[in-house]
Design a protein around this ligand. Sequence first.
Ligand code: PLP
Length: 389
Amino acid sequence: MNKIYLDNNATTMADPKVRDEMSAFVSQMYGNPNSLHTFGTEVHPYMRLALDRLYKGLNASDEDDIIINSCATEGNNTVLKSVWLNHIVNGSKKRIITSQIEHPSVSETCQFLETMGVEVIYLPVNQRGIVDPDELRKVINPKLDALVSVMWANNETGLINPIRELAQISKEAGVPFHSDAVQAIGKIPVDLQSVAVDYLTFSAHKFHGPKGVGALYVRAGQKITPLFHGGEQMGGLRSGTINVAGLVGMGLAMELATDYLEYEDQEVRRLRDHLEDSLVQIPGVMVIGDRDIRTPNTVFASFKGVEGEGLLWDLNRSGIAASTGSACASETLEENPSFKAIGISSDLAHTGIRFSLSRFTTKEEIDRTVDAVKKAVERLRSISTTDLS
Ligand code: PLP
């Protein structure tokens, strides 16, 4: 039985083309790019090509910086702590504005900064589960605010925030804007010429690149204070030997992700909608968030009277991998503000499963998944006492 992977918001399979492109840099071309001999210098053109692919994929301008790092968790920590050092510790600002639905790499960093005396404002979400620009307009204050940080798309629900509008409000107020774009890249267009984002963070393994490499985009004119010292890599902005194979893989993964955006929007969406339409035929099933504001690959469905974890294990026995939500924070699902906003009570939240597809997902896999879900739900309900009426 072939296994079926529907947990692409947690991580993705590296595209075979990415794997092939990387292999030379973990075997024969292993030089340290900072070395002066040929082993070091021969990798430079490949690193340059990878960086060019990142700039092109994001439509960044040559004056902007793209700092290669280990992952989005590092990027998010770097932005928040750098802004804190520059504008709060060594400046006159006092607050950071973020949202109630951020990934822990943002929300827990904000909680840490609160212990350092920073005031953090957590913007709520509206009834559709996304941040309402009016909530930002109400509170933003250029005298007090060092940064606004709102994720582009949510990892659990796939809901897409109105980033263009939020970034514009921040720009007009003169407050830098950061977006965690981990769940947006490769799923929806991320065009930095048309959206006024100052800092952007992402991880290659979420868009069919390798694990252990990511990047922090910094718009020209914005400052970053490095968290790591002790080397000249990345112009001194992120010390540490560069993961050359990772960078090469991430560059190609970005190029492919851009090439496949239309496929994602049409074919992946078509499969996701087919899965969703089939799931809601099962009595007591509810899907979180409107389709038109969700990434095309994600569906979070709640199954009344069924424990999400029980369902997950039944599916796993059938060779199907899904998730009860974020791989990092599944225990906090019941408190998820997006769920609450859309009217998903805490009783219902723990009955949910997230299916996240990719460009490698097939129709046959979706059909097999629907059959397996139906059987599992029937079995689990037959041993539960919940009244479905
Ligand atoms: N931000 C979001 C929205 C995520 O979904 C994730 C991972 O799930 C991260 C940040 C952290 O990514 P990484 O673990 O690659 O640092």
